[in-house]
Design a protein around this ligand. Structure first.
Ligand code: PAF
Length: 282
């Protein structure tokens, strides 16, 4: 596996890969776990070559968030990607991604959907994500890009950006990979101490219990969201938000909604955990 840090070297390497057929891309912030490696395997299933990027993107972190503490494990990540047969790793330093200051950087804004839920709690976050993903797409020029559904809102923001800007890239969403007790895999799980780690699976268990209520005929979405919040807060979380929304728009369900998603974000100690559960309704 070749590793490149500069855009010129990246362009040269991807030109060679593209000549061999369809190229898939998995953007990451590193500190790779089994969830990321599942994205890499899905990318491989759909393409002839796979490019991965590792870049901890300062533009998507708020002033009081964990940018400096975000775990950076490049050597271990490189070995894991090599073992997966990844063709090319792009690991640019900040000055390659952002040669101008962050304030001067042109940004991509995906309106409305970016302001909801996680966007309301983390102003500017999705503009930071859309900007870096747009820039990475321009640099790598993949046929296909793969994202995890754990970041459900992020996946929808990226799909809209691609649609609205007519970007020639197919977006594939991949199901969340979970620990055996149901906790969604995330780099932020390592911020949990032992007692918090024992509580953490209650997040997904509560989503499943809420889905059972819907399957049992529950249709009062605000009441269900309040119930989820109550369950989580009494288990020891500090719920940031819990919503039951249309899976395509992330807005309150309407009579025409046939697919819903429950989205939650909740603090457990220093970790802000997110998770979601999609469901069909008749
Ligand atoms: O999901 C992530 O790891 C990041 O938000 C992404 C898509 C790599 C952009 O920095």
């Amino acid at each position: 596996m070749k590793t490149v840090e500069r855009v010129e070297a990246l362009r040269e390497a991807v030109a060679g890969l593209r000549a061999d057929g369809r190229m898939a891309f998995v953007p990451t912030m590193g500190n790779l776990h089994a969830g990321h490696l599942t994205l890499v395997r899905e990318a491989r299933r759909h393409a002839d070559s796979v490019v991965v990027s590792i870049f901890v993107n300062p533009l998507q972190f708020g002033p009081n968030e964990d940018l400096d503490k975000y775990p950076r494990t490049l050597e271990a990540d490189r070995r894991a990607l090599e073992a997966e047969g990844v063709d090319l790793l792009f690991a640019p330093p900040v000055e390659v991604m952002y040669p101008v200051s962050l304030e001067q950087q042109t940004r991509v804004e995906v309106p409305e959907i970016s302001a909801l839920h996680c966007g309301a709690s983390r102003p500017g976050h999705f503009a930071g994500v859309a900007t870096v993903v747009c820039k990475l797409f321009n640099m790598v020029q993949p046929d296909l890009a793969v994202f995890g559904k754990k970041d459900y809102q992020q996946l929808l923001v990226i799909r809209r950006m691609v649609r609205d800007l007519a970007m020639p890239v197919e977006i594939l969403g991949v199901d969340t990979v979970r620990e055996s007790d149901g906790l969604a895999m995330s780099s932020r799980n390592q911020y949990l101490d032992a007692a918090e780690r024992r509580i953490a699976p209650r997040l997904y268990a509560t989503l499943c219990a809420a889905a059972d209520r819907v399957a049992g005929g529950g249709r009062d979405w605000d009441r269900l969201a309040d119930w989820i919040r109550g369950e989580l807060d009494s288990a020891g979380f500090r719920t940031d938000y819990a919503v039951v929304v249309d899976a395509a728009t992330l807005l309150p369900p309407t009579d025409r909604s046939d697919r819903l998603v429950i989205l939650v974000a909740a603090w457990l100690g220093k970790a802000r955990l997110i998770d979601n559960l999609e469901m069909e309704i008749k």
